[in-house]
Design a protein around this ligand. Structure first.
Ligand SMILES: Nc1ncnc2c1ncn2[C@@H]1O[C@H](COP(=O)(O)OP(=O)(O)OP(=O)(O)O)[C@@H](O)[C@H]1O
Ligand SMILES: [Mg+2]
Length: 354
């Protein structure tokens, strides 16, 4: 086993990630400390590294560069402010109507990141204030994070909630048992926030979707818990259709109690927009480690960066990742306009640029 300082850094700071769909993965994310800073070597220092050291240092930089800390974009700040307002009223005692929040935006605008960042802050705060155990001695689980997948049913939603808490042998449980266990766990572990990521996988025009909607409403009524949904096109789906009758009435009630938060892409057509875009580029410049990086290597090309990404944060992050890859592999050790222009991009961004 090699033991240069870079391989040691890698051992302590290797990519983490068990996913959020289980309590252990969520706790690891929520309680994780940030990575130990990685030193930026100059071109001269880089040239002095031996072959293995160089390989390990480049791997360190890869891990570092692609794991950008969450940037406090204006989109994130706006959603956090709405969430804070909704959570403020939700201190109402049980039995009173509580609101939820739905982050609704096209793909790749940072919905999951915003939800996870908020939930992480809530998790840490609750544990700091109230302790790791509830007064009855159970492990406190302030947040449940469920990521939905295609063809979601009530049973699979409850199964995911119960699975999150780590209940054993859930395969054998009936739908009714899963539902009562989900409720029991939320109460027992004093969960205060349930994030339901990718709610668009529930088809609210279908009977199974209506069941899910009724159940979510029931949980929100019964338990002292706030729901945070994310999804694509929720406003245009039945989830937010009001004035429905019969079975759909529950959805209309959910819609009434849920505050919709859109997330817009960046724009550079206004001064404030251009400034916000430039601030994000500057934050990225600050983070990435290249030996010949210079201030302005991204901000000086803000328009080009915008043209390539249409102000979508997911496209921006992958553009930067690929430029870093080229800068390190090609030896330029800085990001140039030619790289920004020539980098292959995700389908949607590439089509919009063409
Ligand atoms: N505020 C931010 N700071 C840094 N990186 C971000 C930020 N927001 C999003 N990203 C990055 O952009 C990418 C897309 O973000 P995310 O997955 O949150 O988007 P999404 O809207 O949930 O996408 P989808 O609709 O595909 O689920 C991720 O790689 C994420 O790390
Ligand atoms: Mg997402």
């Amino acid at each position: 086993m090699s033991t240069n300082i870079w391989s040691r850094w890698l051992r302590d700071n290797h990519p983490r990630g068990l996913g959020f769909s289980h309590r252990s993965g969520w706790f690891a994310f929520a309680e994780d400390q940030s990575r130990r800073p990685l030193r930026r070597l100059s071109m001269a220092e880089l040239s002095k590294l031996g072959e293995e050291e160089r390989e390990d240092y480049d791997e360190c930089r890869r891990v570092w560069n692609v794991n950008m800390p969450v940037i406090r974009t204006h989109q994130l700040t706006a959603v956090v402010s709405v969430l804070d307002q909704v959570m403020y009223s939700n201190a109402r005692d049980g039995g009173r109507i509580k609101g939820g929040v739905a982050i609704d935006a096209p793909p790749g605008l940072g919905k999951t990141t915003i939800a996870a960042t908020y939930a992480r802050r809530f998790h840490r705060r609750q544990i700091r204030r109230l302790g790791e155990r509830t007064s009855a001695g159970h492990q406190r689980v302030p947040v449940v994070f469920v990521s939905l997948a295609a063809n979601m049913t009530l049973k699979s939603l409850n199964r995911q909630i119960v699975e999150f808490y780590g209940h054993p042998a859930i395969e054998k449980l009936t739908a009714a048992k899963l539902a009562s266990l989900a409720t029991e766990y939320v109460g027992r572990c004093e969960t205060g926030l349930i994030v339901v990521d990718d709610l668009h996988f529930v088809d609210f025009r279908h009977r199974m979707g209506v069941e899910v909607s009724n159940h979510l409403k029931w949980l929100a009524n019964e338990l002292p818990v706030t729901f945070l949904y994310t999804g694509v096109g929720l406003a245009s789906k039945a989830f937010f259709n009001e004035g429905m009758t019969g079975e759909g009435a529950a959805m209309a009630q959910t819609a009434r109690r849920t505050t919709l938060c859109p997330v817009e892409p960046f724009t550079i057509t206004t001064d404030a927009g251009a400034r916000a875009w430039s601030d994000v580029l500057a934050a990225i410049e600050q983070h990435i480690i290249l030996a010949d990086a210079r201030a302005g290597m991204l901000t000086d090309h803000a328009e080009l960066m915008f043209e390539r990404t249409q102000g979508h944060i997911a496209s921006l992050v992958s553009l930067v990742d690929r430029c870093c890859f080229m800068a390190i592999n090609g030896g330029a050790e800085s990001i140039t306009p030619a790289m920004i222009r020539s980098t292959a991009l995700d389908n949607a961004a590439a089509r919009a640029t063409a």
